[in-house]
Design a binder for this molecule. Structure first.
Ligand SMILES: [Zn+2]
Length: 77
């Protein structure tokens, strides 16, 4: 479905959680429908910028103990 956006870089991903940088606020929002026009972080209703509090688990594919890495080392010999 991402292909519908014609390869444009999106700053907001569906399901991504943003957290308000104002500690007194601490508001969190989840992206329901990504915007293709916005190229900056969203702003909270309190006026503070909202940022992604953590990386998406999808990006963590490499693990030092993974079988894929072990297989790669074997091929290097
Ligand atoms: Zn806020």
């Amino acid at each position: 479905m991402l292909a519908l956006y014609n390869g444009r870089a999106m700053s907001m991903i569906e399901g991504q959680v943003y957290r308000c940088q104002n500690r007194d606020c601490g508001c969190e929002v989840r992206v329901i429908k990504p915007s293709i026009e916005s190229n900056s972080n969203p702003r909270c209703s309190c006026g503070a910028e909202m940022k992604k509090p953590y990386k998406t688990p999808v990006l963590r594919t490499l693990d030092p103990d993974s079988e894929i890495l072990a297989h790669f080392k074997t091929n290097q010999q």
